[in-house]
Design a protein around this ligand. Structure first.
Ligand SMILES: [Zn+2]
Length: 326
């Protein structure tokens, strides 16, 4: 294909979250050319969510057509357990679908070739290719938000386990701890997710907070309850990361999600606590993700380009545009 034709090509990238969808048209340099934001109608059930995903992909296809661009493929990433090989959305507690052949369904409703992915593995792949991971090939990407999830990359490849791999948030840290949404007790998520930190602070102090960011602000002010809750969360994270490090020896751990924004408050003590727990193991570098909440959408674009048979060629010049709010 001649150069002029290649410049007119793009992929559709869509990151479907529990409450909102974030979409973009991305060229081969991973430069965003068009953007879209919609609510996810999660409360209306899986059927409504599938219809809205389909409508969002079609709206992006129309944007591409109006710009005279050819859509090579759509990449759609969704939360929960996703079997990328079978293109099935196996399970999502947020959205409520179960073993849905979502890739095939979207191809039928949009008339476009669609690659289905999982949001965290896609976000991790984006941090590996475009963000914080640099040259590292053994990487753990761990977003901490309402829940805690993770994506594992060994020698540059994602570990999938038919979609079940990476559930670090459900490693049991305190067997006598609180009941987790998954049914077990004392999972990492019950101690160190943003939601758990906010809830634990409110219970301990008797004062309501809007979220973990409020607890971080109180911590910076020296609030003793905030200090106790934060300390417990950091200790739980260090325990889980020490187990992971012993098994997988990552070079790099990339923390994503809202809680990682509390850079000095979280990463610094976590580095110290993790190092204290390790003896012979290789100490991984611990950094904050560079792509923020754009990671999933960029990852959707990467998997679309890859399955279109032509790898994206990210350009540094497109970096500034990528990290603007999509
Ligand atoms: Zn759990």
């Amino acid at each position: 294909m001649h150069d002029g034709g290649e410049r007119r090509e793009c992929v559709i990238a869509l990151d479907v979250g529990g409450t909102s969808m974030k979409g973009a048209l991305l060229d081969r340099e991973m430069k965003p050319l068009g953007r879209l934001r919609r609510a996810t109608p999660g409360r209306q059930g899986p059927r409504a969510v599938v219809a809205e995903i389909s409508a969002a992909v079609c709206a992006l296809a129309e944007q591409a057509a109006s710009r005279g661009m050819t859509v090579r493929r759509a990449g759609v990433v969704v939360p929960g357990i996703v079997d990328e090989v079978a293109e099935r959305a196996v399970y999502s507690a947020n959205i409520g679908w179960s073993n849905l052949p979502l890739g095939a369904m979207l191809e039928e409703t949009t008339g476009l070739p669609v690659t289905l992915g999982q949001d965290v593995r896609a976000g991790g792949a984006a941090e590996c290719s475009l963000g914080a991971a640099g040259e590292a090939r053994d990487v753990l990407f761990m977003p901490i938000d309402t829940g805690i999830s993770a994506a594992v990359f060994c020698d540059g490849r994602p570990v999938r386990g038919l979609g079940y791999a990476g559930e670090l948030g459900h490693v049991v840290i305190d067997p006598d701890g609180e009941l987790c949404a998954c049914g077990a007790r004392g999972c990492l998520e019950t101690l160190a997710s943003a939601a758990a930190i906010a809830a634990a602070y409110s219970i301990r102090s008797g004062r309501m907070v809007d979220g973990a960011a409020d607890v971080a602000a109180l911590l910076a002010d020296g609030d003793p309850d905030a200090l106790a809750i934060w300390d417990r969360a950091v200790e739980a994270l260090a325990a889980a990361l020490a187990i992971f490090t012993t098994l997988f020896a990552p070079e790099l751990i990339v923390l994503g999600g809202g809680l990682a924004q509390a850079d000095g408050l979280l990463l610094n003590p976590l580095r110290v606590r993790l190092a204290e727990r390790l003896t012979f193991q290789r100490l991984p570098e611990l950094v904050r993700g560079k792509l923020g909440d754009e990671a999933g959408c960029l990852g959707a674009g990467l998997i679309a380009w890859r399955t279109a048979g032509s790898a994206a060629v990210p350009s540094p010049a497109a970096q500034a545009q990528r990290t603007q709010s999509l």
